[in-house]
Design a protein around this ligand. Structure first.
Ligand code: G4P
Length: 278
């Protein structure tokens, strides 16, 4: 299957991000915990060199908890601070606050030596589309936060959200584009819903998904759909039958079954899965 991406406006977005990054102390990068590498663009490493970095493994509620731990250790070993979250809830926010302060320790210390007191750490959220940036900003900033207007020395029009006395967040996230290094990356992005479905062949996608699940999570598909077949394509036929996916004339509708499987995977109904490992 061929996956495509249209980077038309991405050059502009990248330039904007380069400008924004100059204004901040720490980059908060969101990745999808189910596909932590495929859902990031490694260009951020270059764009954000010299800046403190925090990786948030978002949608951890949909990912395999054991594998999330392995990924956390992987990122830590690469020198990144890491927190796993479900951006729809507030539970990870204390950990995030602590991680930001820890990651910016040197800057805070530098300020202190120069006699600058209480200057908030400035942060910016970045990530590829659909990874949960807006959700995170909404949850993290909440209602209580006040927007601070234009300030001297800050590019006109930039809005900062004052989170608390020690952190300010740029209100618009930086959008990165997914990087299609190989077809597997494209496949994983498609599976988690980060590529427009109109561009995809749902039947092939579902068969690829079933192959991955049958291999990495034996028993999960069988339990959800009552299937017995071993080969992914046969399993899809069985699912169409078991779930009564029919076309006019009572023929089995494989596309309907495929859409069902993909949808139930994305919403976590089949289980919590991580489909990429370090
Ligand atoms: P973006 O700004 O990075 O593009 O992403 P956004 O916040 O819009 O989030 C994309 C979708 O992911 C939203 O679903 C949002 O509710 C969901 N989401 C964000 N964070 C989490 C999380 O930690 N766990 C889970 N389970 N879902 C999360 P949506 O509005 O229903 O959009 P869609 O699912 O129809 O694409």
């Amino acid at each position: 299957m061929q996956f495509q991406w249209y980077p038309g406006h991405m050059t502009k977005a990248k330039r904007q991000m380069q400008e924004d990054i100059k204004l901040i102390d720490i980059i908060i990068e969101l990745v999808d915990a189910r596909i932590p590498i495929s859902s990031r663009n490694p260009d951020i490493d270059e764009l954000g060199k010299n800046k403190a970095r925090l990786i948030l493994m978002n949608k951890a509620d949909l990912a395999d908890a054991k594998k999330t731990e392995i990924w956390s250790a992987y990122f830590k070993q690469k020198g990144c601070f890491t927190v796993c979250i479900d951006a729809r809830g507030k539970s990870g926010m204390k950990l995030i606050q602590n991680a930001i302060m820890e990651a910016c320790k040197e800057k805070i210390e530098r300020d202190r030596r120069r006699g600058i007191k209480n200057r908030p750490v400035r942060a910016m959220v970045v990530g590829i589309p659909n990874v949960g940036k807006s959700t995170f900003i909404n949850t993290y900033a909440g209602k209580a936060s006040a927007k601070t207007g234009n300030k001297p020395g800050v590019t006109k029009g930039k809005q900062w959200i004052r989170l608390n006395k020690s952190v300010e967040l740029l209100d618009t996230p930086g959008i990165l584009w997914p990087k299609f290094e190989d077809q597997m990356v494209g496949l994983r992005l498609a599976l988690v819903g980060s590529i427009k479905d109109e561009l995809l062949n749902t039947d092939e996608l579902a068969v690829s998904l079933l192959e991955i699940l049958l291999r990495d999570y034996p028993g999960a598909v069988e339990e959800r759909y009552g299937t017995k077949e071993k080969k992914a394509a046969d399993v899809l036929i069985e699912i169409a039958r078991n779930r009564n996916c029919l076309k006019k004339g009572n023929e089995l509708d494989y596309s309907k079954a495929a859409a069902l499987v993909i949808d139930e995977f994305r919403s976590g109904k089949i289980g919590r899965f991580t489909i990429e490992m370090p």
